[in-house]
Design a protein around this ligand. Sequence first.
Ligand code: HEM
Ligand code: HEM
Length: 343
Amino acid sequence: MLHRVSGIGVVLFLVIHVIDTSWAVFYPELYEKAVASYQSPLFTVGEFALVALVVYHALNGLRISIMDNKPELWKYQEKAAWGVLGGTVLLLVPVFIWMGMHVVDHYAKPNVFVLPLAEVLREQIPFAAGMGVAVIAAVLAAGAYQMIAKPAEIQGSAKAQGSKLETFWWSFMRVSGLIIVPLVFGHLAMLHLLQGVFDLTLAGGRVVGVPTVGSPLSQAELDAVGLVWPAIQNGINDTGTATEFVAERWNFMLGGVAVWRLYDLALLALVTIHGFNGLRYVLTDYTQQYPVLRRASGYLCVMGAVVLLIVGGAALVATIEPTAIAMADEALRALHAAHGFAG
Ligand code: HEM
Ligand code: HEM
């Protein structure tokens, strides 16, 4: 159950996170508000929970993968399960202290912007509504299939799924899990430990994983250059917008390769496919007795994965224009002004 709950928790976060991140490219003004939500106390609590879920799921996933291939170790299953739980707690203690230090540092500042809770919750309504619509669409599509298809077709497709394809997915879950471990922990180490979520909007702050060229620019200097590229690609978040932070990372080239775009693409592909196939396992498990709902579960997971891959992939191949950063800058100032924050 813990493996299941932790996996589903991370899938839910992933849906919001990938859509939010794509806004850095497509709707910079929305991205600034989304990151302001990430920086609110509610999300800070959620972040600690998210890290705990990822750590537990990763360690337990490794246990499952190893044990599956070593029947001679099955007599130690119970001990291994407790070992995973203990290992998770041991790993989380220093990580939580480190993350907690970011939180303390942030709130120790004399002037901190906090998006009100009501607004943070309102921001999440479209996601909940979107997920609700996806569930209804999947059930309707499955119902329509069941009415139109011949009984032999329905039985045939169930048989095909139970064979080679499922063996492939079984192996995929184990291999992808193994590759996700360094990718997701690298991502979390960069954006949680080395820098925290509060550093995404640190004006004049360094951008993790991008070498610094030159020194931070003052607003007057930025206005003078009209936010042209060289000012933006210097490893420093001159404007203090989350959009510039992402632009700095995604536009950083190492030997002609946009390394962080490539990294995020690998992460996106693996966690989306692994996560939604895992969600399919869970949903189909609970809908064994209901053919329409069982089919709808499959449709829902394919639909969710395809949408995330398209949205996340489109953001990764697009350019973040200087105008997007200027828009983000303006939107952030407007957000602060609307809540009487002097900055
Ligand atoms: C709360 C902790 C997290 C923070 C603060 C965070 C932050 C970010 C940021 C700033 C980006 C933009 C690109 C970049 O800088 O590399 C990004 C992209 C991404 N993150 Fe995270 N991340 C977090 C947790 C996670 C987790 C747990 C996963 C996987 C389950 C994940 C998966 C991704 C993916 C797939 C992308 C690319 C999205 C796209 O293509 O639109 N992140 N993240
Ligand atoms: C960090 C590295 C990870 C490892 C080592 C890992 C490993 C595994 C393994 C071995 C399984 C069991 C598959 C089976 O029963 O055939 C699994 C299931 C699952 N995983 Fe992961 N995983 C990882 C990351 C993730 C992430 C980032 C997500 C969410 C985006 C996720 C979501 C799920 C879900 C929902 C299940 C289904 C649970 C069930 O059937 O009860 N996993 N994982």
